[in-house]
Design a protein around this ligand. Sequence first.
Ligand code: 3UK
Length: 542
Amino acid sequence: MTYSAHVDTFTRDNLPPAEQQPEFLFDLPELQFPERLNCADPLLDDHVAQGRGDRVCIQAPGLRWTYADLQAQANRIANVLVKDLGVVPGNRVLLRAPNNPMMAACWFAVMKAGAVAVATMPLLRAKELKHVIAKARVTHALCDLRLAEELKLAAAESPDLKHIRWFNDASADGLEAAMAKHSAVFRNVDTARDDTCILAFTSGTTGQPKATMHFHRDVMASCVCWPPHVLRPTADDVFMGTPPLAFTFGLGGLLLFPLSIGASTVLLEQGGPQDLVDAVLKYKATILFTAPTSYRAIAAIAGPLRGSTLKKCVSAGEALPAATRALWKEATGIEMIDGIGATELMHIFISADEKEARPGATGKAVPGYVACVMDDEGRPAPLGQVGKLAVKGPTGCRYLADERQARYVIDGWNYTGDAYSRDGDGYFHYHSRTDDMIISAGYNIAGPEVEDALLRHPKVAECGVIGIVDAERGQIVKAIVVLRPGADPTPETAKELQDFVKQTIAPYKYPRSVEFAAALPRTETGKLQRFRLRQTNQGENR
Ligand code: 3UK
């Protein structure tokens, strides 16, 4: 038996069978982790122990916590969890809040107690929360009082969930009142590097969301691969952005990565374009994390960011259209850092820094990872050929008790579900999700390429391109377009956009059908929900 600190062995008992696990690579010297590892030590307590307790750690409207402050808060919450609520190592603790300092403190408290954090997206409704609670066998929850309603509804039907504490709550039975009764000292549970510490749910654009399991060592692996090799931040950087801490893109970019180097982070509950521009100036942010559509929306009002403290802009979650990269550079002078990550792999595994960025390519395999484009037989595809993206590295897919594991991991490789090609210089080029490739009259057409062409037209604010059933061609390309203010949704505009695409890319790819819409369906993580576009558009043009 290998060592584990977990008394509650639920996560270990529900790991995928050994033969279905991905191969893990630990070639880099910085990936040699000790057998006992609690990620709260290197990310938080070590900074205080080594004399950096006075450095600014988290800022938010009206608040500034040093590393020592965050440690004291997290320790008090850990004491509440263990002494008041009976949390034992291995228990699953649900966390629910907008991005704010208490959410971060709760996350660290769960790590310190050797428990497993199950962070949930703020917009989830009772029905979805109920699934999360049941799937992860959640026993405890810490939740921002403002998000209580849906959790209360879910809890009423969730027998496993026995203890809830509300925070940002001034009442006598709120978490803050309980914290005040406890010491600011807590001895971190001596977890194993391969004890699970987070269960991250996939956004679940199709089917039931899957729970991915990550160990303490995975959290630290994500901090030593992409950040130091591609982002290259320093301890004086100020991180900021929009992705929720419940999304591993946000957890890494807005909490783990800044803390791993003793830098500071700004947590914002509101992430609209104007909120972000104002916050960059107010807090003198230097690094921004958000999704491609958000960069497009901010670009329109980004004037004040030119010449500001902002230096590095990271885009992930969805393919970055070359048109958006160009727009952002025009507006701010900054070349974006694109990176593809996945909940299954924790964070970014293919990327390029601002100097190596190539418009239209995501980048190269991040040090620590290897990536390959596979043909339909699972053999490496020739250069330039579109195939399935497969990756291996220090992190990888472990779905909790889910038969879909066998589809994500094949022969030790993680198959992300993306159609990619690789060029002779080692750059990976995104085409589409494998399921989203449009096949029209025998041609393979990637929707994102058509979207990129449309986004170059001055009248287009946003667009989504899908294949719809067509009797003659199998499928035809259809564009759903959100126009910029002032442009008219007329047949003439549709024709103008079609002609524009024909002049920009191979004419057979142009959208034979164009529809105008006021908005596009998106997930909380900024992803276009193509399946919803397909649902509403199916049956037309048959
Ligand atoms: C797509 C991209 C092209 C791609 C994520 C950074 O998005 C994240 O995780 P999810 O599990 O989705 C994974 C899928 O999203 N995707 C993400 N980034 C890009 N496609 N270019 C990109 N730059 O289909 C991938 O398979 O929600 C992103 C860090 C952590 C994450 N969890």
